[in-house]
Design a protein around this ligand. Structure first.
Ligand SMILES: O=C(CO)[C@H](O)[C@H](O)COP(=O)(O)O
Length: 232
């Protein structure tokens, strides 16, 4: 699949998901290129159809895009609930285990998702896999002592790399932390890995989102299809 085809599938999933947002809702808005299409469509509905809703965003990038359309964005601590969060994902398997954080927004994404009544992900079909792990697993790490955390990951065979920006400096998250990507190829025991990572001092959060999502809208050449998680 080339990028144009992939973008068309991302866009179709984003437009489909935008239908879930109704007047008066509080909606979590994710991060990434698929979510950009979602926010474009929500912006269109706000401007052309008079849709009114309040957004909580998972990154400053999404906040800027949404506010550009006149969508009201508030701080997560200014709302007592989030009706639904719509976000992208990097990989998702049939058990609804997923890797997120390709866009370095995993920490806010997990906080917003954890505080949402319903979680929806929008992906193109290439993101649906048998077993997660081919996509490098992002881990958000405190800069102080990050070299030692990376060394620990190396010792455990996780094949870590510090994510670098185009300016040659480490990528910084919205919380000013680093992102370390683990090149694991196959994650057979995601729960064990998640526990190991979160118990490593210096790790703030990891990109394993295990059985959190309710619905995945998959951009498919035959039209968006829905995967529903009945085991959550
Ligand atoms: O987790 C994310 C950002 O941290 C994104 O949702 C994920 O990387 C998918 O991005 P895209 O829609 O660009 O493929």
């Amino acid at each position: 699949m080339d990028k144009t085809q992939q973008d068309a599938l991302k866009k179709a999933a984003g437009i489909e998901a935008a239908k879930l947002i109704e007047n008066g809702m509080i909606a979590g808005l994710g991060t990434g290129s698929t979510v950009r299409f979602l926010v474009d469509e929500l912006g269109r509905r706000v401007q052309e159809e008079g849709l009114t809703f309040t957004g909580v965003t998972t990154s400053r990038r999404t906040q800027e895009q949404a506010e550009g359309y006149g969508i009201k964005i508030v701080d997560i601590d200014d709302v007592d609930h989030i009706d639904v969060t719509i976000d992208g994902a990097d990989e998702v398997d049939q058990n609804f285990n997923s890797i997120k954080g390709g866009g370095a927004a995993l920490l806010w994404e997990k906080i917003v998702a954890t505080n949402s009544n319903k979680i929806v992900w929008i992906v193109d079909e290439s993101k649906v896999v048998d077993t997660i792990g081919k996509f490098p697993l992002p881990v958000e790490v405190i800069p102080f002592g990050a070299g030692h955390v990376i060394k620990r990951f190396e010792d455990r065979g996780y094949q870590p790399t510090l994510r670098m920006a185009e300016d040659g400096k480490p990528v910084r998250t919205d919380e000013n932390n680093y992102v370390v990507d683990l090149h694991l190829e196959l994650i057979d025991h995601p729960q064990d890995l998640a526990e190991d990572l979160i118990n490593t001092v210096g790790v703030v959060e990891h990109g394993l989102f295990l059985n959190m999502v309710d619905t995945v809208i998959v951009g498919d050449p035959h039209g968006p299809r829905v995967m529903t998680n009945s085991n959550k």
